[in-house]
Design a protein around this ligand. Sequence first.
Ligand code: NAP
Length: 256
Amino acid sequence: MRALQEKVILITGGTAGIGLSCVKAYVDAGAKVAFIGLEQELVNDTQQLIGAPHLGICADVTNAAEVEEAIALVVQTFGRLDAIHNNAGLASPSKPLHLTTDEEWENLMQVNLKSILFTMRYGYPHLKNTKGCVLHTSSLVGEIGQENHAAYSATKGAVNALTKSMAIDYAADGIRVNAVLPAAVMTPMLKNWVQEQAVPERTLNFLNDIHLLGYCPEGDVIADACVFLLSDNARFITGVSLPVSGGAELGYRRNT
Ligand code: NAP
């Protein structure tokens, strides 16, 4: 039997980058996948790529009514919901805190953090029925910080704290809550972030170098960890923020 056989998984931000890699991996692992994206065209492209019985939904995760509708549609379509993967996120702006505008702060908080409130508010009764699980795509920067990325780091630190508190609150329902913490992953988001840096070429070298294992990965390495955390193989794991980072966070290094 495949790792996610017959499980119904809803992932946000499933049309690009890490989310798209996860969508493909969940399909390969036997799940029925519902994915949310913001742009209709990308939703259509992803739907075409993975075909039936999977379900693409165009919705904004910062809009409570759209999230409620999306979750209702998933349950109406598949009859159950086994997992929610909160993956949609923004990374911009690349700035220290005092230069961050109100609008930039609000956008980050809404997309990276408040969306989790909405998916849990409307998803909880269904996850309770299935003793399901929740997974967050957080970030290593929520643990160790990052230069010129204060507001973004704050959202991910909050997601890491939420992971623990949600795991405690929902354990009695049999619902597990975990997070994966990538360092850098070569996605459309990261490519945009690179362009915001003073010398993009140098930043690309830096992105390879920060991973002790020697390279900046693609989304597949994150997706493989996500398949595990959503599967019954991880049935006794909850409240964990798992670095999937090639050792980027480990100790002092000599840059020779
Ligand atoms: P990405 O390539 O920009 O993809 C983001 C996805 O989220 C897209 O499918 C996008 O849909 C969707 N999305 C954005 N805003 C949305 C909204 N309001 N409503 C619904 N969907 C929305 O990003 P990524 O690099 O794969 O990042 C995915 C997650 O990993 C994020 O939470 C990010 O913080 C985290 N992460 C990434 C890295 C990295 O280096 N890439 C490192 C650590 C953590 P549209 O394209 O239609 O807008």
